[in-house]
Design a protein around this ligand. Structure first.
Ligand SMILES: Cc1cc2nc3c(=O)[nH]c(=O)nc-3n(C[C@H](O)[C@H](O)[C@H](O)COP(=O)(O)O)c2cc1C
Length: 461
């Protein structure tokens, strides 16, 4: 475990301002699902308030910047199935939701490939102020060619180039948010007629391969300064990035032993940079199907299965990986080359038997997908499964990936939270403070002194 005491576990809610949320792209068609209300703030208010009342740590917003137009060579199927479409801007929802809640934190996905670090630092700085430090950033490099074409590029950057740009992006963010305003910069004294000490606010004069930014930051330091940093790199380059920057890593795997090995590798890489294991917390996405009895839970599963559609899943797979299964017959061997989400490519066939399109289709035949972590059964069964998974994987917590909204969240709050609480696995006491202070054992609001980002404080303040 990454912390001295692994319990209680952390729990957040995974969402996307979309109808066909990535993890369950056809289940918005379920009669009880309310995702068609994506454009209504009331719908999001209900989600946020339920999450806050259940004492989840954070509401996480995934995001994409283009349509899923790989399957069948067009966006038709993605639009028809609403696969990660529409894609509203989470930055617009979060200030409203922060005003409607007091304790819940919000993690927003933002891309280092298509944002500009100066503008993003300003937006995060402002949001962190008005939410009292309840903001996290899911740092992504993006994987859709359609996004590249929306931002004036012919095709997306190669995987390694995306991470290289991301590293420089982070330097600019740290220079602005950690370095450009010293701790004593804001005086805010009406009698002396001084807001900020000019000498304590310094330009950053950043000149790099991708960005030229004079600075300083346009926002004064917020309680966290840099938002709490989430990241989900799994490739060797992605893990190196996580080891350098992330405070929360999201593991795109379900097998607890595979997760444990990946986590150990990230922690080893972090240790080489002087970062102790406890500085990097960890979560995986989890699906939960629960009801008071095992028979009712199985009925819920069957009901979800009858509203699940393989084609929507294949549209999602095509967008994630760039591999279009509509072009392959079942027995055809499949490429596993990807410039997209390399870790999402279904692999695993022995060398002498290439993976076929049929193998991948079969993997996605059921609603819980062969690739996803599922906890199913009575509340006690689910708690047993979570406990066993956490003990083997070493994860600090789970991000609930709703199958049906708001049903999955309501079931978790009603059935699973009391069971986990009674076992000491869930902290159901209302928690206040910044997002970072909730994740860190020392309760600090600021980046750890051993983090790479903190090094920009000394050089520039
Ligand atoms: C829980 C989770 C959430 C993710 N959310 C997003 C997202 O919202 N937008 C995005 O572009 N990528 C998202 N990703 C993809 C990651 O940012 C990353 O590209 C992926 O895990 C592969 O990393 P790798 O290329 O280093 O293997 C997510 C991954 C995970 C595991």
């Amino acid at each position: 475990m990454s912390n001295s005491s692994p319990y209680p576990l952390l729990f957040s809610l995974y969402e996307q301002a979309s109808v066909g949320c990535g993890g369950a792209p056809s289940l918005w068609t379920h009669p009880l699902d309310d995702r068609l209300q994506v454009n209504s703030l009331d719908r999001w208010k209900n989600v946020a308030i339920t999450a806050e009342e259940a004492n989840l740590d954070a509401l996480f917003f995934a995001d994409v910047l283009g349509l899923y137009d790989v399957y069948g060579g067009s966006a038709d199927a993605a639009l028809s199935w609403a696969v990660e479409a529409p894609a509203n801007d989470p930055f617009v929802y979060v200030p409203a939701l922060a005003a409607l809640t007091e304790r819940l934190s919000f993690v927003i996905t933002a891309s280092t490939t298509y944002e500009h670090p100066f503008a993003l630092a300003r937006r995060f700085g402002t949001l962190d102020h008005i939410s009292n430090g309840r903001i996290g950033w899911n740092i992504v490099t993006s994987y859709l060619s359609s996004a590249a074409r929306n931002f004036g590029m012919d095709e997306m950057l190669k995987h390694a180039d995306r991470y290289e740009r991301a590293d420089e992006f982070m330097d600019v963010i740290y220079k602005l948010l950690e370095g450009s305003w010293a701790a004593d910069a804001v005086v805010a004294n009406k009698a002396e007629r001084v807001y900020a000490r000019p000498g304590s606010v310094q330009p950053i004069n950043h000149v790099g391969s991708h960005f030229r930014v004079d600075g300083p930051s346009l926002t004064s330091p917020s309680s966290q300064r840099t938002p709490t940093l989430y990241q989900a790199g799994w490739s060797p380059r992605g893990r190196e990035f996580a080891a350098k920057h992330a405070e929360m890593v999201l593991l795109p795997k379900k097998d607890p032993n595979e997760i444990a090995t990946g986590l150990a590798d990230i922690h080893r890489r972090a240790a080489e940079r002087g970062r102790p294991a406890g500085e990097i917390r960890s979560m995986a996405l989890a699906r939960i199907i629960t009801a008071p009895t095992a028979i009712e839970a199985q009925k819920k599963y069957d009901d979800l299965q009858s509203n699940y559609h393989l084609e929507a899943q294949l549209v999602s797979y095509a967008g994630d990986t760039g591999i279009d299964l509509s072009k392959y017959a079942d027995n055809e061997p499949l490429t596993t080359e990807s410039n997209g989400l390399t870790s999402y490519v279904v692999k695993g066939a022995p060398a002498d038997k290439p993976l076929t399109a049929g193998d991948v289709r079969r993997k996605f035949e059921n609603v819980t997908r062969g690739t996803d972590l599922l906890f199913i059964g009575t509340p006690a069964d689910v708690a047993d499964q979570i406990q066993a998974h956490a003990a083997t994987s070493g994860l600090d917590g789970y991000m609930i990936n709703p199958l049906v909204s708001p049903g999955t969240l309501n079931d978790f709050a009603e059935f699973v939270v009391p069971e986990l609480t009674s076992r000491g696995l869930y902290d159901s006491e209302p928690k206040s403070g910044t997002l970072r202070s909730r994740l860190r054992s020392d309760k600090s609001d600021l980046l750890a002194s051993t983090s790479y980002g903190a090094s920009f404080r000394q050089t520039l303040s």
